[in-house]
Ligand binder design. Structure first.
Ligand SMILES: [Zn+2]
Length: 363
């Protein structure tokens, strides 16, 4: 807040002054991050389990008396070379073994929020995969309440408003998902919506029509991963069959011009995760990423970190690499920051507040 107040004051002074800005405070040139702070954004595509950093994995393993199959941090880090989505998911699920208690989930959430605040995140919609914990014998109350206990104080402690999204594993059955959703509703879990994640290919949206209808009926917001590794038809089906309000990833829409036109017309939010796409080989290199083409097409895209502990960085790292590798302009970065805020499930009041903050941020 202090930084933003300071920037606003500097901006006003520059606007009122008849003389050109001094060389050390350029108005339009690249302004160092430390002058105006990171771009204020909403993070809409974030799996809390994917924020589990190697150091925390070792700390939690020690606390819970769990023997890890890695000798040290370096050996664990050496496993972070993925060939596809499944190779990542194998390590991702294995590392979750250290999450046993409510405190573990709370510590993981707190660590993410502290890092996200430095990245400029001002609103976060956080996905939790309850089924990935239930299958390990961890109670629904433990994982949900562990995360939620920290989200409840996030705005006060980190300046980040939050919403919790229960994501369902698409490689499991719809009945299994429905059972968990009913339990979440019965326990009055503080969830704002549902998502659909994990292994995409072979698990099309059609498999989860009843789940999403039930969620809508219960007044929950809806998003689904589609068009990451799966074909453009998965995006169409997520919209038509699941009635989702956002598409997570969605990069393969670019293979279907009619779909692109529809997404532009309907302003459908696509939560793009550039570093994730590179690490999971959805694109060969960041230079090959379709993001510039998506922006040029007029798509409603935002930048997100997905599973930042696994994919080489948080939201600020994604923006930094997009700027340095593909020369993304400040204008496009601000446009995507605004997209992220408008595409969130936050209240209209909170969105207005964040858009005003973005406008005053000096970016
Ligand atoms: Zn994801």
């Amino acid at each position: 807040m202090e930084t933003n107040d300071g920037v606003a004051a500097t901006g006003d002074a520059a606007a009122d002054s008849p003389v050109p800005p001094a060389p050390e405070s350029p108005a339009f040139a690249e302004v160092p991050e430390e002058v105006h702070g990171p771009l204020p954004v909403a993070e809409l595509h974030l799996h809390i389990e994917g924020t589990l950093e190697p150091g925390l994995i070792f700390d939690l393993a020690e606390r819970n008396g769990i023997q890890l199959p890695y000798a040290d941090l370096d050996e664990l880090r050496s496993r972070y070379e993925f060939t596809d989505l499944q190779s990542f998911l194998d390590l991702y699920y294995a590392n979750m073994a250290v999450l046993r208690t409510k405190q573990d989930f709370a510590d993981m959430t707190r660590a993410y929020l502290a890092r996200a605040a430095l990245a400029g995140v001002r609103h976060a919609e956080i996905m939790l995969d309850p089924q990935a914990h239930l299958s390990r014998g961890v109670a629904l109350e433990t994982c949900v309440n562990g995360v939620a206990s920290v989200l409840a104080v996030s705005e006060e402690e980190f300046g980040i408003s939050t919403l919790l999204i229960a994501a369902f594993l698409r490689d499991l059955t719809e009945d299994a998902a429905l059972e968990v959703l009913e339990k979440l509703l019965a326990m009055n879990a503080p969830i704002a919506g549902i998502g659909l994640d994990s292994a995409e290919v072979g698990n099309p949206p059609a498999k989860f029509e009843r789940l999403f209808a039930r969620a809508k009926d219960a007044g929950l917001r809806r998003t689904a991963h589609a068009g990451e590794e799966g074909p453009p038809s998965y995006i169409i089906d997520a919209l038509d069959l699941l009635d989702v309000e956002r598409i997570d990833h969605g990069i393969r829409c670019m293979e279907d011009p009619d779909l692109v036109e529809r997404l532009v017309q309907e302003l459908t939010p696509l939560t793009v995760c550039p570093l994730s796409n590179v690490r999971l080989r959805a694109v060969d290199t960041l230079a090959d990423h379709p993001l510039p083409a998506m922006l040029a097409a007029g798509l409603n895209v935002s930048v997100n970190s997905d599973d930042p502990a696994y994919f080489g960085g948080y939201v600020d790292d994604n923006f930094a690499q997009l700027k340095s590798v593909i020369g993304l302009s400040e204008f496009d970065c601000v446009r995507m920051a605004a997209n992220s805020i408008r595409s969130s499930f936050a209240s209209e009041e909170r969105k207005s507040e964040l858009l005003a903050e973005l406008a005053a941020s000096g970016h």
